[in-house]
Design a protein around this ligand. Sequence first.
Ligand code: CMP
Length: 137
Amino acid sequence: MERSLVLIKPDAMERELAGAIIGRLQGAGLKLIGLKMLHLDDALAGKHYAIHKEKPFFKDLVEYITSTPIVAAAFEGDDAIARIRKLMGATDPSKADAGTIRKDYGLDIQRNATHASDSPENGLIEIANFFKKDELF
Ligand code: CMP
């Protein structure tokens, strides 16, 4: 069993797509084990995206992800990391396969509708950044 954090990002929130995206993951058999809406502050945004701190787009990324409330979800399932990443498609929506969430809903490489964890280890770390133990079911 693996776990992944999923974020519904500001561009998707502004277009009321949270339910559609969560529904696609649930419809594919991933189990929803945690769900909340929150407005990230700079500290949590910086912690979540720490790996990108030296990237030229980091400042813009933090401004963007803190610009509106977002939805954070925790999903669980066999091979959940790879399955969710496949359902989401490439980071850049213009390069994502047809039928993926980012192809259907992403706007550009930053405003790409969703975030998902990239490894089982990061799944656990990222979920712990957003959820207390008693918020997971
Ligand atoms: P995400 O999967 O959340 O992980 C890091 C995020 O940084 C990514 O989705 C995009 O929102 C953003 N990102 C990645 N590459 C770029 C880029 N080249 N320019 C701007 N934003 C980017």
